[in-house]
Design a protein around this ligand. Sequence first.
Ligand SMILES: *[C@@H]1O[C@H](CO)[C@@H](O)[C@H](O)[C@H]1NC(C)=O
Ligand SMILES: *[C@@H]1O[C@H](CO)[C@@H](O)[C@H](O)[C@H]1NC(C)=O
Ligand SMILES: *[C@@H]1O[C@H](CO)[C@@H](O)[C@H](O)[C@H]1NC(C)=O
Ligand SMILES: *[C@@H]1O[C@H](CO)[C@@H](O)[C@H](O)[C@H]1NC(C)=O
Ligand SMILES: *[C@@H]1O[C@H](CO)[C@@H](O)[C@H](O)[C@H]1NC(C)=O
Ligand SMILES: *[C@@H]1O[C@H](CO)[C@@H](O)[C@H](O)[C@H]1NC(C)=O
Length: 543
Amino acid sequence: MLSYLYALLFYTVVTFGQNIWDDDFQLSWPQKYTVKATRISLTSGIVENYKAWKTNELLRVDYNNGAVKSIVNFRQRIKYEIHPEFTKNASNVVKCQAMKLDQQFRRLSIGTVLPDTEDFEFVDFDPVNDKDTIQFYCQSSENGNDIRQTVWAEFENETEEWIPVRYQVKEYNEGLGFLSKHEIWDFFGFETDFDDAVFKIDDYGCGNEYTEHTMDSESVTQHLLFVDPENDKHVDHVFNAFKNKYDRNYEHNYEHATRRSIFQDKMRLIRSTNRKNLGYTLAVNQFADRTPKEMERYQGLWRRPEGKTGNIAFPYNDSHIKDIETVLPDEYDLRLLGYVSWIKNQEDCASCWTYGTIAAVEGAIARHNGGKILSLSNQALIDCAWPYGAAGCKGGTDTAAYKWMMDYGLPTEEEYGSYLNKDGFCHIKNMTVRFFIKGFTDVPPHNVGALKVALVNHGPLSVSVHVTEAFSLYSSGVFYDANCNETMLNHEMALVGYGTRNGDTFWILKNSWGPTWGIDGYMLISTRNNSCGVTTEPTYVTL
Ligand SMILES: *[C@@H]1O[C@H](CO)[C@@H](O)[C@H](O)[C@H]1NC(C)=O
Ligand SMILES: *[C@@H]1O[C@H](CO)[C@@H](O)[C@H](O)[C@H]1NC(C)=O
Ligand SMILES: *[C@@H]1O[C@H](CO)[C@@H](O)[C@H](O)[C@H]1NC(C)=O
Ligand SMILES: *[C@@H]1O[C@H](CO)[C@@H](O)[C@H](O)[C@H]1NC(C)=O
Ligand SMILES: *[C@@H]1O[C@H](CO)[C@@H](O)[C@H](O)[C@H]1NC(C)=O
Ligand SMILES: *[C@@H]1O[C@H](CO)[C@@H](O)[C@H](O)[C@H]1NC(C)=O
């Protein structure tokens, strides 16, 4: 009844020549279309882009600007997966895998690019993305989950076709009402006319040999469509292995459902990233079931207050740096000189701000001692630096850490006591040995040459970086993430070296996430484009 009134209102306001609204608003998609989409998972923080083309019989989905393609012929029940592969001789070749779809795939409908509209009902006029969109809603229930889907679409009055603008899905655990999944898809570039040549596979060397496409066959693309019964069993299998390895016992079913959904998103990110041959890989690690909010506890860098800068000026000018650069080696690693202590683990105390700064002090002391490394106390900074603008396990700044060290001096970990992963009472006054610093120096930002010179002469340094979802799942290779923002610094690490690989220069960063993260606790990150902000705010200390 209400919808009828709205329909009438809409009819009067917009005044269509041909009136399709007489019965009701019924959402439906054309048989043939192409569309681009951005999918954001609010539960895992992961963002994905893709482009799709669909007809009655054919479907193509492109990821990573077409580097990875999936083409399905539903009538012949064949699926092609086309992706680049990085060969031993360091060149990218395009590989095509042709698969016969097994019985499972029958259940997949052709309409999987956009949600199946059958059960959606008109709700209201509700503009999104500056468009005159109409909202549709569908509520259903599956496997103990209450699934609430919303679609916003525009009506093209000339062609009488719906144009998708946004899709949202929320899954609540029934009974407890806990939100276990929340995704938003934004659609753009919707067209109903395109050249069928996009489905041609001639250029990809797909051949006539088919592998059987079964439940367990791994694929980057199979997870990215809407309805995917195939995917679920595989996820359960890998998720169980993860829970065993990382000793996870979720107390409630709703937590299990949420964690599983986050895990699935991260697995998808890992697979699609690794398939792109970007020169680095991601892997399931201790963060594979963590929400973006939880990830903050494994970081903890606050933005420096305005005007808080180093008290000792950077002693090199540009021409000086250029001169030194010409004699710098291609590779330099302070670990080999004994200036770097072992990999520590901040755990879920947001105390990263103590790790980069302490690594800088430990290194400076080792330089004085001919390479004898001492481990200094992170806990002392956590407990004591509050009056300097830090807040223990809630976070802090590098400037607060340095100013405190100038006034109080750092005790050794041995004397102060081991790391607690919690705030504690400050007992710095009782320490017999303390290491004071005279001050710290800001290296000029966005200057790779200056940072190399600083590293070789004064390193290790403390650097602030932007940790993204992919960053936290880093496993090997030279990392580079276009989603990093060089100003959104949220984590502090220690810069301990640099090197080159396949023409790409990289920094070597020491992290505080334990020795199982990354490459034995370290990360290689490209020097390109101030990747993740490494050159935005580097500092070193003077004893
Ligand atoms: C690298 O290997 C591919 C085949 O794997 C070959 O086609 C190509 O010519 C090789 N390139 C070089 C530079 O050897
Ligand atoms: C509907 O179509 C007419 C032409 O047929 C056009 O003038 C009008 O702007 C269109 N209205 C909307 C809301 O797109
Ligand atoms: C740069 O520094 C070098 C070495 O300290 C010095 O000789 C030179 O005069 C400086 N150049 C400028 C332009 O300040
Ligand atoms: C510090 O030392 C004093 C005297 O030796 C002692 O009474 C006090 O309990 C100590 N404080 C802490 C926090 O250990
Ligand atoms: C980086 O973040 C800042 C806000 O912190 C924003 O203004 C800027 O547009 C972002 N840059 C990119 C490239 O996303
Ligand atoms: C640097 O970033 C810009 C903007 O994100 C991008 O267009 C460019 O390709 C990047 N350059 C390199 C060398 O990656």
